[in-house]
Design a protein around this ligand. Sequence first.
Ligand SMILES: [Zn+2]
Length: 335
Amino acid sequence: MRASDLLHPRPEGLYCPPGDFFIDPVRPVDRALITHGHSDHARSGHRSVLATQQTLDIMALRYGEDFAGTTQAAPLGETIALNDVSVSFHPAGHVLGSAQISVEHQGTRIVASGDYKRQKDATCAPFEPIRCDVFITEATFGLPVFRHPPDTEEIARLLKSAAQFPERSHLVGAYALGKAQRVMRLLRDAGYDRPLYIHGALARLSEYYQSQGIDLGVLEPATVEGGKDDFAGAIVVGPPSAFADRWARRFPDPISCFASGWMRIRQRAKQGSVELPLIISDHADWDELTATIKETGAEEIWVTHGREEALVRWCELEGIAARPLHLVGYEDEGD
Ligand SMILES: [Zn+2]
């Protein structure tokens, strides 16, 4: 069968006619398969949801227990039959619970990778390359200019600044699901053992990560009781939006930091008044994207959400068929 008969875009999202399901639909549908818990991929209101247990848990934390009519957990690597389509979930290395979804029917296998990265991340299972006929890749950082440095170097710069300015607080903007916990874990791995202060928006997800065996050390709420001096020398982690509002003014002479792949672009850091940009991304950079495409052995690449054109062009030069999918509605909250 033609690959486009097995999966193709519809306004609701990527649809599989023989299996009668959608992958990461952006509108409520009967049957949704969900790659990971970021809000642009995991939405509430579907009749049934199939996802990893951790993604289901994360959706329940974010949307409430009744986020879907029914749910089914997909154990990693296990094949599940939907009509006569075989689907299986495999680690994507993006955030806790994130998975690529393999869809196989009549000898054709398509892997929808959702969001992924190849850099080591102690807070989630590493990406597993899956051989397939068609590989669907994201392209958030799909330009050769995007090359993420090692995350340990970025964390070392943060710790150096904290040591240099012991009277100031460091406010680290990091997305609530994945990035925040990864930053905290990187700080621990670098030997930082003082309490980390977190914004309330991170509390439940961070607690969930800890319950899944990801040690983030001592986390304290970033609430002021004594006074500003309590936070002299502290590292405070919160969602990027929080640092733009009054909440941030409670901290003494704060140094604004932001952990994102976009921090590679100096202009972006400047616009956001970020003093200490940390290039830490949960998405594949250019080298990871191109290496992964080769590893899958896919004869055809479908490129979605991001800088599709450069990656499509690269594939063509490599003799691999490629096309943009033009899916709408994916503005990742966890770049
Ligand atoms: Zn994501």
